[in-house]
Design a protein around this ligand. Structure first.
Ligand SMILES: C[S@@+](CC[C@H](N)C(=O)[O-])C[C@H]1O[C@@H](n2cnc3c(N)ncnc32)[C@H](O)[C@@H]1O
Length: 300
């Protein structure tokens, strides 16, 4: 991160004044409560109106507990996605990032502000089912002068981008099976990179209910069935992506104090398909005895 150089002078204590008078080095001046020390830009003030509009800063430009949590999360995610975005910018004149289940599109806005904007290339498309959120995002993009940002008001499953291509697809906390729609969308648009932070998941727990198999003790109790079902869902999502030729990395998004839905699946395509991963997926499905709807992509 680039250190901020335009911070307000800290209040001096009597000891500091004495130390300065004696010619000693002044102590570090970073204020951990100043968001500008965290914002990885040489001109953090330029981002302030956007961050206020996204409620990442309060109206008076400060952080509160909620906005600090959001800021930490988006900065961590930006840091994780930056290398892949920079590779896409290097390889391609104008990479397309689709953020699906975008909500208020804060991820798209921040990636544009920090990466595509300064690069002068790359476009972001936010896909969101709720019209009101899409209208608000269009307004904010216009106010911010982000002219390579656009929005589609549509369910993910029905959305198709112009040119049929998305280089990177992100889906952050897309509810339940909307993450699976994001995977289908990414495969349909031949995404080179996919970043998923799944949300709650109910489908597999429902399928496991009453399922008798050698591992039935793993899902006998409802609360364990729900947790196990969500875990298995993400394992299956990872294997589906690997079977389609992606290398995946599964990592923590932020500390659990920031969000309970905390798993990031980062997938980068390196081959057309992977027969070994397909075999592993089939074996797992046989052992569990359940077939989530996402397996439809394996038939293609
Ligand atoms: C929990 S919010 C997360 C929003 C945003 N990605 C974020 O992290 O702040 C999930 C969003 O996905 C949208 N959504 C859920 N299912 C969708 C679908 N099938 N198609 C499009 N949008 C969907 C919801 O309307 C909601 O705005």
């Amino acid at each position: 991160m680039t250190p901020n150089t335009s911070q307000p002078a800290p209040h001096k204590t009597g000891n500091q004044k004495t130390a300065k008078a004696q010619g000693a080095k002044s102590p570090a001046t970073k204020d951990p409560n100043d968001w500008r020390t965290m914002w990885p830009s040489r001109t953090p003030e330029k981002s302030a109106p956007l961050l206020k509009a996204l409620h990442i800063l309060t109206r008076d430009g400060a952080l509160n507990a909620d906005s600090r949590r959001k800021l930490t999360q988006v900065l961590h995610l930006t840091q994780l996605l930056r290398p892949a975005l920079e590779t896409l910018l290097k390889d391609d004149g104008n990479p397309v990032l689709a953020d699906v289940g975008a909500g208020k599109s804060y991820l798209g806005f921040i990636l544009y502000d920090l990466i595509f904007g300064p690069a002068g290339r790359g476009s972001v498309v936010g896909i969101e089912a709720r019209d009101k959120l899409v209208e608000a995002s269009r307004e904010l993009a216009a106010q911010s002068g982000f002219d390579r940002m656009s929005f589609i008001a549509s369910p993910i499953a029905e959305a198709t981008l112009d040119g049929g291509r998305a280089d990177m697809v992100t889906a952050l906390h897309a509810c339940d099976t909307a993450t699976d729609d994001a995977i289908r969308f990414a495969l349909r648009h031949e995404a080179k990179v996919i970043a998923l932070v799944p949300c709650c998941q109910a489908e597999v727990a429902r399928l496991l209910d009453g399922q008798h198999g050698p591992m039935r003790q793993l899902w006998r109790h409802p609360i364990q069935r729900r947790e196990f079902g969500a875990h298995v869902t993400n394992v299956i999502r990872g294997l589906v992506l690997e079977a389609h030729g992606y290398k995946i990395r599964v990592t923590e998004l932020t500390g659990l104090e920031h969000s309970m839905k905390n798993e990031l699946i980062l997938a980068e395509r390196h081959q057309r398909s992977n027969a070994q991963a397909r075999g592993e997926l089939n074996r797992l499905i046989d052992q569990l005895g359940v077939k989530p709807a996402l397996l439809d992509v394996m038939a293609e």
